[in-house]
Design a protein around this ligand. Structure first.
Ligand code: BES
Ligand code: ZN
Ligand code: ZN
Length: 498
């Protein structure tokens, strides 16, 4: 945990490193002039000698030689002033924090709040402090708790001092960042943990613990109860596994407007009898990212006391091959009575979600349901890891989600759900098939399958297979679980309840 405090005077910040941002080809601000004077013109010398130009994310380290409490200055380039946005602020904050950690700093002061920029983004100190604080904590995230050798060599920042004027606004921003990052990092931890630790029972235990600590209620169904309810699509997926499936329902009631979030919780997706190739099969421990995002968003909504009624629904189990596993060609009747021909056991996410969405509509009656699922490899082909694929029946709220995505930079990109795509999901023997007859538009046909299990509930599907986990780190996103979705959904709900 990084402790964050505030301080007004840049010259008095007591920390190992002081982070200062400079634009390309811009004169020093009066505050920077003061700092430059205090440092015997070290900064302006670095610029005139072209050791530092201000190019985006450029780094230059200067010694303060005892002229102020901070030992070193870390200059970071902010790039072109006209191009600068809140997201650039997040990016440079993440890069600077990691650079300070590399320099072995235990503490650093951050003067990026003083950065003044144009453009349409909000620029009050609360918003800027939130952006800096969230990117700092998210950037410094490390998943190290399985390392037992040379543990003391792992570098760690303990605290950051945020330099700025309006202490009240700044601490508001910091407090919000603390909650959002704690919850985002919870998703990352759950996604990064191996599947022998994060089992369906483990997710259920987290839900129960959250319900004890926060104003949340939880209901957890086991296999017997799923049988009684007729959730045969989930039961088909879990059949080959030795782990007990769970169906988790969380509720938070603090407002008139209601909504449900539904998360795919496959704690390991081997593909089942339609077994995945061995290459990268280990990555399929991330197939519960939707579930983790739902848990963490419930937690964040309760901690932030959002004025909303929010349901969190998580169908969770493993997808394994065995003598008891569901077989290609098997037909089951889901919770809403529709029959499904399971032609590929690796298209299991849509099966567990079909029961979960039908249950949500029938039992919880939310005004809107958003599901999050690492549903298809096809969405990675379409959008890579920079946006989730979005499909649904509620255009107004999809537009709102696009806005929330731009603001949090957890972006979504809409794909069509046209009737023409429905044809190839019709089964000869049952009502629907779980895979399309042809290998085209895989993400859309996945969503079309889900649509079969919803009657009239407004619904949005987010395919997060590309955004939930990364192969390489980014400015404030680590390699592995990204925690995508918590900041997006909280921002969306803030707009949705207005
Ligand atoms: N969990 C996978 C999708 C996935 C792929 C998530 C890559 C994260 C990264 C899903 O259950 C799956 O296997 N989907 C199949 C569907 C196909 C059989 C119609 C796919 O995408 O190949
Ligand atoms: Zn699968
Ligand atoms: Zn899957």
């Amino acid at each position: 945990m990084v402790n964050i405090t505030t301080e007004k005077n840049i010259l008095e910040a007591k920390a190992d490193v002081l982070v200062v941002g400079l634009f390309e080809q811009q004169p020093l601000s009066s505050m920077m002039q003061q700092l430059d004077d205090a440092l015997n013109h070290e900064i302006s010398n670095a610029i005139t000698q072209k050791r530092f130009t201000g190019e985006l994310k450029e780094i230059c380290v200067l010694s303060t030689q005892g002229k102020m409490p901070a030992k070193q200055i870390l200059l970071i380039g902010l790039g072109d002033k006209k191009e600068f946005t809140l997201e650039t602020l997040r990016k440079v904050s993440g890069v600077a924090a990691k650079e300070a950690r590399e320099m072995n700093a235990k503490s650093f002061a951050n003067a990026l709040l003083l950065v003044d920029f144009e453009g349409k983004d909000e620029k009050n100190e609360e918003t800027k402090a939130l952006a800096i604080a969230e990117a700092t904590i998210l950037g410094l995230y490390q998943f190290t708790h399985y390392k037992t050798v040379d543990k003391e060599k792992i570098k760690k920042i303990d605290s950051m001092i945020l330099i700025g004027n309006n202490a009240e606004q700044i601490s508001k921003g910091i407090n919000k960042a603390m909650i959002l990052t704690e919850c985002t990092n919870l998703v990352r931890d759950l996604v990064n943990e191996p599947s022998n630790v994060v089992t369906p029972s483990h997710l259920a235990a987290i839900a129960e613990k959250m319900a004890k600590e926060l104003p949340l209620k939880t209901q957890i169904f086991d296999k017997k109860q799923l049988e009684k309810l007729g959730m045969n699509a989930i039961l088909a997926v879990t059949k080959g596994s030795a782990e007990e499936p769970k169906f988790i329902v969380l509720s938070y009631q603090n407002g008139k407007k209601s909504m449900a979030i539904v998360g795919k919780g496959i704690t390991f997706d081997s593909g089942g009898l339609s077994l995945k190739p061995e290459e990268h099969m280990e990555d399929m421990k991330i197939d519960m990212a939707g579930a983790a995002t739902v848990l963490a968003t419930m937690k964040a909504a309760a901690m932030l006391k959002l004025p909303i009624t929010l349901f969190g629904v998580i169908p969770t189990c493993e997808n394994m091959p065995s003598g008891t596993a569901v077989k290609p060609g098997d037909i089951v009747t889901g919770f809403n009575g529709k029959t499904i021909e399971i032609l590929n056991t690796d298209a299991e996410g849509r099966l567990v979600l079909s029961d979960a969405l039908a249950y949500t509509e029938k039992e919880l009656h939310p005004e809107l349901a958003i599901d999050l699922a690492t549903l298809t490899g096809a969405v990675i082909v379409a959008l890579g890891s920079h946006a989730a694929g979005m499909m649904g029946t509620d255009q107004k709220n999809m537009d709102l989600l696009v806005e929330a995505g731009e603001e949090t930079f957890e972006r979504v990109w809409q794909l069509p759900l046209w009737d023409e795509y429905k044809e190839n999901m019709k089964s000869d023997l049952a009502d629907v098939r779980n895979i399309s007859k042809i290998k085209e538009a895989g993400s859309i046909t996945g969503a079309i399958f889900l649509q079969n299990f919803i009657d009239s509930m407004p619904w949005i599907h987010l395919d997060i297979a590309g955004t939930a986990s990364l192969n390489d780190e980014r400015e404030y996103l680590p390699k592995g679980g990204t925690g995508y979705g918590v900041r997006l959904l909280i921002k969306f709900m803030e707009k949705y309840v207005q």
